[in-house]
Design a protein around this ligand. Sequence first.
Ligand code: AMP
Length: 284
Amino acid sequence: MLIAKTIKQAKKAISEAKLKNRTIGFVPTMGALHYGHLSLVRAARKSCDFVAVSIFVNPAQFGPKEDFRKYPRAFIRDERLLQKEKVDLIFYPSVAEMYPKDFSTYVEEIYLSKPLCGLIRPGHFRGVCTVVAKLFNIIEPDTAYFGQKDYQQACIIKRMVKDLNFPVTVKVVSTVREKDGLAMSSRNAYLNCQERKDALVLFESIELAKKLVRGGGKNPKKIIAKMRKLILSKKSAKIDYIEIVDAQSLQKVDKMQKNVLIAIAVYIGKTRLIDNVIVHLKGS
Ligand code: AMP
């Protein structure tokens, strides 16, 4: 396994792999890896000859009051985990390598980025698109893997790939959860004991919504009200948003339809967590 800290080193490793006609699978991450990340790596390992993982806490996707500085960093542990998964290349650049002083070009998707997290975290998806576009140009993957946990992000990346003609196939991998249902996230490490218990309410509320929709619930407002009540039963919870949207356009729906995304963002204490579920309704 090679660790490339510069773009030049990464590009060299990639061109050698390409010369050998190896297909490149790529998993972009911010590190502090957990089994959610590893499920993407395993999907890449299964289908591609050469697997590259990037570890880069991307300042461009954090707002000024967000947790860029305190975001967990655990490179030694990450390296060990990726070695075990038989990853070929870790791309681990510095901020200065990715954003030199004179950096002034950004990539912005302007439709799918507006609702949900985009409304609350202005500039977030611009930062994501910019770094992913750069990473795609550096790694030149055949296939890139993203998690459904960040469903909006995956939709936006797919749109960027289509709109800007990146020769990359985007695969979305299901959310990996802890035994009790909490979606794995690097930010779960911020939770204290009581908060970890309370955080389960994210999963419980989307499960409740799924049950209500499957049981014939037609009115998103009523479903959201029930989710709100359940979430607010936890002292440490503060709701950022609860939305029921069309799973393709991410626009709000006023009655239930074929494929809806139920998406939530909730603060548990000071930690902002997200989760979502897609409900497919047959014959509606
Ligand atoms: P991050 O390091 O948080 O930027 O995440 C890197 C990639 O891992 C993104 O595509 C995420 O959607 C994905 N990911 C994060 N958590 C999970 C999870 N619990 N299950 C599956 N994929 C995940």
